[in-house]
Design a protein around this ligand. Structure first.
Ligand SMILES: Cc1cc2nc3c(=O)[nH]c(=O)nc-3n(C[C@H](O)[C@H](O)[C@H](O)COP(=O)(O)O)c2cc1C
Length: 319
């Protein structure tokens, strides 16, 4: 049984945190559409800005819930990258706990028990994202409420495991919340994620091509144009393997078929104007679900379409 904040959604989706793209406007639109919105804490360029963003989201969602008491308004999540180079992590986590952010999504290192206990104290949840079983086991041992399985084909720093293999292996050892991500961009895929044993789908790329996303028009149009075969998996840009749109690599004057190896470059979340930002600004991250992105729509239109597709899939399967 899912905790109540994840049980009462328009569709079982967490829209994934997107570096440099998910800002409060996108998050509030996602929650308003009845799904879980999210953003990475590092998108707020200063720790004080993070506090302002969370305050703003809390206020806007409270107003929505008051004005439309019968509408489904989803909760939101803040993503924390727990890595030695993210020197803000401790302060950002404290801000999230003080302001009672409903869901924390942790990445890279599993969260400490004290963090999980502090979030549980106000009724929040901690989900941790992983790309393999070894990391999943570490997060389970740490006591997280849920695992986000980032499978092959996902946008950003994707894994390489088939979702079929990954969900089955995790479900053998974990009966908590399982969220599946990677190239999920249609209602049929969301239904399939549930059929595999996941509780919710993690959807990123589909929302980059939304009107509310903080991405250039050219980026959004490139997603509409691209197919799965245009997604290049490389560690050349950040030192960690990720999926990027071929057209943006070409536009940067590089040959997508002859990219240099990362040469041991280390991922770094401290630099505000360094490789990280540049990689995500000029070289566009996206998952293999791009072939199902045919338009740039508003979040509410996207969610309405996903709902129709999801219901259609369910009817076909269950009659
Ligand atoms: C442009 C871009 C930026 C991303 N930034 C983050 C991030 O800051 N933190 C994070 O945990 N995941 C990040 N991700 C990964 C997503 O959270 C998620 O795993 C992925 O979008 C799911 O696959 P999909 O894009 O195929 O739907 C990013 C993905 C993309 C495409």
């Amino acid at each position: 049984m899912l905790p109540s904040i994840l049980n009462n959604l328009t569709l079982p989706i967490i829209s994934s945190p997107l570096f440099a793209i998910s800002y409060p406007e996108l998050v509030v639109a996602q929650c308003k559409a009845g799904i879980v919105g999210s953003f990475p804490a590092l998108n707020a360029r200063e720790p004080d800005t993070l506090e302002d963003w969370i305050d703003r989201i809390n206020t806007q969602l409270a107003v929505l819930r008051k004005e439309t008491p019968h509408a489904i308004v989803g909760p939101y999540a803040v993503n924390q990258i727990i890595h030695a180079s993210n020197t803000r992590a401790e302060r950002d986590i404290r801000t999230c706990i003080d302001l009672q952010v409903p869901i924390l999504i942790t990445s890279l290192r599993p969260p400490e028990r004290a963090l999980i206990d502090a979030v549980h104290e106000y009724g929040g949840l901690v989900l941790h994202d992983v790309i393999n079983l070894r990391h999943a086991k570490k997060a389970i041992d740490a006591g997280v409420d849920g695992l986000i399985l980032v499978a092959a084909g996902a946008g950003g720093h994707a894994g390489t495991l088939s979702p079929f293999a990954f969900v089955a292996e995790v479900r053998k050892i974990f009966d908590g919340i399982v969220v599946l991500g990677g190239a999920i961009a249609t209602g049929e895929s969301i239904f399939a994620a549930r059929a595999l044993g996941a509780d919710l789908a993690y959807v990123g790329t589909r929302f980059i091509a939304s009107r509310e996303a903080n991405a250039k028009d050219a980026y959004k149009s490139a997603l509409v144009e691209a197919q799965a075969g245009d997604i290049i998996y490389t560690d050349a840009f950040t030192g960690v393997h990720g999926n990027y749109v071929r057209q943006s690599i070409l536009a940067a004057g590089l040959d997508p078929d002859a990219l240099p190896e990362s040469a041991g470059a280390k991922i770094d979340f401290s630099a505000t104007e360094g490789m990280q930002i540049k990689a995500w600004r000029d070289i566009w991250g996206a998952g293999q679900g791009v072939g199902s992105v045919d338009d740039v729509d508003s979040v509410s239109e996207i969610v309405a379409r996903l709902c129709t597709e999801y219901r259609g899939a369910r009817e076909r399967m269950l009659g």
